[in-house]
Design a protein around this ligand. Structure first.
Ligand code: G3P
Length: 243
């Protein structure tokens, strides 16, 4: 059994991360090792989230390969948290799978879908001292239920709500408002982020974490006035400092 689980059981240490999530943290939503290394080398990587679609995109399949790939991601991320999603949809198998995932590394967070057995599993893992991220959240009601069941993170899917012509970001604002009023300590992890603007809006709306593709983070670098300003600075320098 993992030592933090033993500590939790013996000394009733709460199964929560001990650092406050302020300011908003940046997670990468990918299973691509090169992208994770690039974000880490940029110095802005706080964690990684994955899902079965992202693992499939990298061609990762089969129990051993999946566990090995999660280990490689955990090693790259270091102290940051890595969300690894269960495939099971019934309580017993979710528990079995989640415990196996949690054994991979101390920074694993077990990702559980927002379904009835998932809520039971969130409560179970919370009592076991295994951290969880409740995924596929599309309403404040679902977020409250996940928080009530002891989820460490709740993942509202912004982009997919926008895809249906609703306002995904207003969901983040409402969850943030309710969690503050009710003093829930579940972190709001804004997921399904598609653009750099989404990152800005998630920060304004009160997300604790944003998880996004590398391109959305790199997109934050861009402004045409930065490019033209730098070009002019360098031209002026080279004009007055001919080599
Ligand atoms: O990992 C969950 C979420 O971030 C998926 O995003 O772009 O597939 O809607 P997306």
């Amino acid at each position: 059994m993992r030592c933090d689980v033993v500590a939790h059981l013996l000394f009733f240490i709460p199964a929560r991360r001990d650092k406050p999530l302020m300011p908003m943290e940046f997670f990468l939503d990918t299973a691509n090792l090169d992208e994770i290394a690039e974000a880490r080398d940029l110095g802005v990587l706080d964690g990684v989230t994955t899902n079965p679609s992202l693992m499939a995109k990298e061609g990762i399949s089969g129990r051993n390969q999946i566990l090995k790939h999660y280990k490689a991601i955990c090693d790259l991320v270091g102290d940051g948290e890595v969300s690894a999603e269960v495939i099971a949809t019934d309580f017993e198998d979710m528990v079995r799978e989640g415990e196996e995932l949690a054994e991979i590394a101390d920074n694993i967070v077990v990702k559980i879908p927002m379904i009835k057995d998932g809520v039971k599993a969130l409560r179970h893992f919370s009592e076991e001292g295994i951290r969880t991220n409740c995924t596929l959240v599309f309403s404040t009601a679902q977020a409250i239920l996940a928080a009530k069941a002891g989820a460490d993170f709740v993942s509202p899917f912004i982009g997919r709500i926008d895809d249906t012509n609703w306002d995904g970001m207003s969901l983040i604002s409402e969850i943030a408002e309710v969690f503050a009023i009710q003093d829930y300590d579940t972190y709001i992890l804004a997921a399904s982020i598609r653009t750099s603007r989404h990152i800005v809006e998630a920060a304004k709306a009160g997300a604790d974490v944003v998880t996004c593709p590398l391109r959305s983070i790199l997109g934050m670098l861009n402004h045409p006035l930065t490019d033209s300003g730098l070009k002019k600075f360098l031209e002026d320098f080279h004009r007055t400092n001919p080599s």
